[in-house]
Design a protein around this ligand. Structure first.
Ligand code: COI
Length: 354
């Protein structure tokens, strides 16, 4: 294993930046001029290289395409008013990446490759960081098995890569959410806590069914009783009930330990909320709504940041919210943005200089 790898840079001779309007960018559609690529073989990571963004040439027998040994992360980079670039809590994503790798029987990616490779890549393509509010450079590290072999076993070869994609808000408008009771995202003992590619593919059918009846996403419930809420679409979820902020606990291994989730918990505590990470049933949510105590419901995620939920439907019971009157989620979003864009002090050391 290489301790401190030299990361080679092959620069692009031209930029695609002038072809893109950075003030109007759909999530995940455009990629910056460079990417990082490194291979794992013979039990060690080889020389990482940052090179022009380009297609890969892969064998149709590539193991990842057949059995889904594939994981990813999502991180954002921002620019402050002085034009300096920072990443939001990237070490937390690095650690979670290796938790996902372990669960999927993949090799650990060394910190020197993940962190320094990402830093160098963002530095090189810093001009791709959009400047306006709610925009950022989305960083997508990912790893997949690359044996050319369709036997069902952990691969011996892997590819780790990082892409950069300038992005605006993921969910631009407040959302309508359908509480899912038929399909499940995660079970205890499963891979719900890992950022495994298959978790997202497996969610698409239920999401498409909810979309057919006018909903944006589903709120997943537990697999045994369909009673306890889990995640919402690609986000963690928070409920403001009275002066308590409640979010599902991580202990069952069915929920992704979101970095924005953890940051939101910290900010809610600073705002004086009693934050509870615990099982929360849909019955309790409905009782709170009937009692007039369910004030706000919102999702948190790297891509989504803070997304307001304007309607929650469970069977025929519809909870409608007047999001324009909300105080809490907008305050969290404003505070997070202020820290991210360097407009206020960063008391928790969340911003990582590029
Ligand atoms: C992220 O917030 O980074 C996510 O993982 C959501 C993504 C799948 C769009």
């Amino acid at each position: 294993m290489i301790a401190t790898p030299e990361i080679n840079i092959i620069r692009s001779t031209q930029t695609k930046l002038n072809e893109i309007d950075l003030t109007n960018i759909p999530f995940g559609k455009y990629f910056s001029d460079h990417m990082l690529e490194v291979d794992y073989a013979d039990g060690e990571w080889k020389q990482p290289v940052i090179k022009p963004y380009q297609h890969l040439s892969l064998a149709p027998s590539l193991a990842a395409l057949h059995y889904g040994q594939a994981i990813f992360e999502g991180i954002k980079a921002y620019k402050n008013a002085a034009g300096e670039a920072f990443m939001f809590r990237p070490l937390d994503n690095f650690k979670r990446f290796n938790v996902s790798a372990e669960r999927m029987q993949m090799p650990q990616v060394p910190e020197a490759i993940f962190m320094e490779g990402m830093r160098m890549l963002v530095e090189l393509d810093k001009a791709w960081i959009p400047e306006q509010e709610d925009h950022a450079l989305y960083i997508r590290p990912f790893m997949f098995s690359s044996d050319e072999m369709i036997g069902v076993r952990p691969s011996e070869q892997y590819k780790f890569m990082i892409l950069l994609s300038p992005t605006g808000p993921y969910y631009s408008a407040p959302m309508r959410i359908y509480v899912e009771e038929k399909y499940v995202r995660a079970v205890p003992g499963g891979v719900g806590y890992a950022k495994a590619a298959g978790n997202y593919g497996a969610a698409m059918y239920a999401t498409a069914e909810a979309k057919k009846i006018g909903y944006d996403q589903v709120l997943w419930t537990d697999a045994f009783e369909h009673k306890y809420v889990q995640e919402c679409g690609t986000m963690n979820v928070f409920f403001i009930i009275g002066n308590h902020a409640i979010t599902p606990e991580l202990d069952a291994g069915t929920i992704l330990a979101g970095v924005t989730r953890q940051s939101t918990i910290t900010l809610l505590q600073e705002m004086g909320f009693i934050v509870e990470e615990r099982p929360l049933s849909i019955d309790d949510i409905i009782s709170a709504h009937k009692a007039g105590l369910l004030y706000e419901v919102f999702g948190t995620g790297t891509a989504a940041t803070i997304s307001l939920i304007r309607e929650l439907r469970y069977k025929d019971y519809v909870m409608d919210f007047d999001v324009d009157k909300w105080q809490v989620a907008p305050a969290i979003k404003t505070r997070l943005n202020a820290i991210r864009y360097g407009q206020v002090a960063d008391p928790h050391g969340w911003m990582y200089r590029v």
